[in-house]
Design a protein around this ligand. Structure first.
Ligand SMILES: [Zn+2]
Ligand SMILES: [Zn+2]
Length: 307
């Protein structure tokens, strides 16, 4: 039996890769290449991260670090069945060490490599935060109510609806979906929003919950690159009546369920469901909510007497 040996190193072997033994074959292949020091840009104010040429929403910091290494490392083009393990370890506030382990096959020959890389965080104010601190806004959502002043509870709920809408838009990558500031006023509140789109989304979401309506009015504020620059004021009006209010309308007494384009509720005299277009309704004086029980009792008495 002929004994086989590697023509390069002379070692006995039965398996050849490109006519040499495994060590000789993989010895001149570089499975893994990665710069020793890498930089990742993060916003110290909101945690946004600069990735693939743009700022995006905050994520788990270790995920950012791993991504930074993954984007920078290069693997041998012929490598197949790659197993990559990245283990980040925080060194201090702004530095991570990432241990990289790679296993793969090249032309069927198993090969492994490992390396350490250091990721340094460079803290930079993101596009959104620099806009906010520069006083940038594109619209004002004026929260008011028809013929009354919005309650503290309504204003808080509007604000939380607005925050939810902004967060959802941010998750979808809208960097201008921020609420720059809130001004509390005697007659309601003003929300300064980063984009016209967000202003509109907030108005719609509030109306979905409370009913009411909104209108937009643009105001020319200057020019940018030769184009007119507008800000939009959104006049958001919560409905005059809210759930639980008792109103007299069309000579009927209604307990309001909701009030938007339509007023819906219960006719307290008949117990039947009531729904009417708000604008078609002759709405009488609003009966204060605390009189509900009294109204019920009176109506009950009337009904009992009528029997
Ligand atoms: Zn060899
Ligand atoms: Zn930021």
């Amino acid at each position: 039996m002929t004994s086989l040996f590697c023509p390069k190193c002379g070692k006995d072997t039965d398996i050849f890769y490109d006519n040499v033994c495994r060590q000789c074959f993989t010895g001149n292949k570089k499975l893994l290449e990665c710069p020793a020091v890498l930089y990742s840009r993060l916003c110290p104010a909101c945690g946004s991260v600069f990735k693939r040429g743009k700022w995006s929403l905050k994520e788990e910091e270790s995920e950012t670090i791993i991504d930074c290494v993954k984007n920078a490392l290069k693997l041998e083009k012929q490598a197949r069945n790659i197993e990559l393990t990245l283990s980040p370890k925080q060194l201090d506030y702004s530095r991570y060490n990432v241990h990289i382990d790679a296993k793969a096959e090249i032309n069927g020959a198993p090969i492994a490599a490992s390396q350490d890389a250091e990721v340094r965080i460079s803290w930079e104010t993101c596009d959104t935060c620099s806009r906010i601190s520069g006083g940038y806004f594109e619209g004002i959502v004026q929260i008011r109510a028809d013929s009354r002043i919005p309650t503290k509870d309504e204003l808080e709920r509007c604000r939380s609806i607005a925050d939810d809408v902004a967060a959802r838009a941010q998750e979808k990558g809208d960097r201008l979906a921020f609420i720059a500031k809130t001004e509390k006023l005697e007659e309601g509140a003003d929300l300064y929003v980063g984009s016209i789109k967000l202003g509109k989304q907030i108005c719609r979401a509030v109306i979905d919950v409370f009913g009411g309506k909104f209108s937009e009015s643009p105001k020319l504020v200057g020019q940018k690159n030769g184009e007119d620059l507008y800000r939009i004021t959104f006049a958001l009006r919560l409905p005059e009546f809210v759930r639980g209010d008792i109103i007299s309308a069309d000579d009927r007494v209604i307990e309001v369920q909701s009030c938007g384009k339509h007023v819906s509720g219960t006719d307290l005299e008949t117990g039947k469901r009531f729904i009417e277009n708000f604008n078609d309704l002759k709405v009488g004086d609003r009966i204060e909510a605390f009189k509900v029980e009294e109204v019920r009792r009176t109506l009950g008495d009337v009904a009992a007497e009528g029997k």
